[in-house]
Design a protein around this ligand. Structure first.
Ligand SMILES: [Zn+2]
Length: 276
């Protein structure tokens, strides 16, 4: 069955420094200090922006340890709570992925978390049986054209959306992330907030045309793109100078978000799966 078109808007709930790899292996206390309660204070204003629109939030596990009220607040507002890894960094083998899943097992069980989003939308095929073992029913950790869903054993992959400009891809094996191979294959990964940062109007128009074609686009934004954290992006300047490609992640996209919410019906991923 083809689900009726909805905007599958997702929030990767991570701290302002997460786009840079420089912080991934610091002690957790240092990351907590760097966050400095910013992600705690952002949640209420963000939930307010969503109003009655229901979406999916993928939380970083160590942030749930820092701010235990986060999953409850998000879930009480009617949104889906998903998992964006215990520590926000790239995991490229089964052993590391499972270790990371186990580190967050407590709150994952408590909030019946069933959706997974790998950091940087970059994972490996081995993730799917592990997710099944840990009671997840879907992952959103690849890039692929809107409307594509792939069953990997008992777990759905519901990719972040691309627009295929040359030909329709036929292989959907992880990793399928934003790299030269993806883009040179003719896919425009408009679901990434990198693209909505650079080409807001184009992304909006693509979403409009996907709806007309009956497809449900999957896009993501970050909390620091909705509510600008204190001292940001000044405190991120060193990272941006080293990696200018991080710039689009620092643009505030709250107007874009409000336009989307005003004009497109949203859905959580779990409600979308029910129609598959
Ligand atoms: Zn992330």
């Amino acid at each position: 069955m083809t689900p009726s078109p909805h905007l599958l808007l997702t929030i990767d709930y991570e701290s302002w420094f997460a786009p840079s790899r420089r912080y991934d292996f610091l002690p957790p206390e240092t990351r907590y200090e760097l966050d400095g309660e910013r992600s705690r204070h952002a949640v209420d204003p963000i939930l307010e922006v969503f109003g009655e629109s229901k979406v999916t939030f993928y939380l970083v596990g160590e942030m749930v340890e820092w701010y235990p009220e986060l999953p409850e607040k998000i879930s009480n507002a009617g949104h889906e709570v998903g998992f964006h890894c215990h520590i926000h960094r790239r995991l490229d083998n089964a052993k590391e992925i499972e270790k990371d899943l186990i580190a967050s097992a407590g709150w994952i069980q408590k909030f019946n978390v069933r959706g997974y989003r790998a950091p940087m939308i970059n994972t490996v095929e081995e993730v799917y049986p592990l997710l099944a073992k840990h009671n997840f029913n879907y992952s959103s950790s690849q890039y692929a054209p809107a409307g594509i869903t792939v069953k990997k054993g008992d777990v759905w992959e519901i990719p972040v959306s691309t627009l295929p400009l040359l030909k329709m891809p036929t292989e959907f094996h992880a990793p399928r992330y934003m790299n030269i191979k993806l883009v040179s294959g003719g896919e425009f990964p408009y679901g990434s907030s990198f693209m909505s940062g650079l080409f807001r109007k184009t992304v909006y128009r693509i979403i409009e045309s996907e709806f007309k074609a009956g497809r449900s686009p999957v896009i993501f934004l970050h909390p620091y793109e909705i509510v600008t954290p204190k001292g940001y992006p000044q405190n991120f300047i060193v990272d941006m100078l080293h990696h200018p490609l991080l710039f689009p992640f620092t643009f505030n996209k709250s107007k874009f978000l409000k336009d989307l919410l005003k004009n497109f019906p949203t859905s959580t991923m779990q409600d979308y799966i029910k129609e598959l």
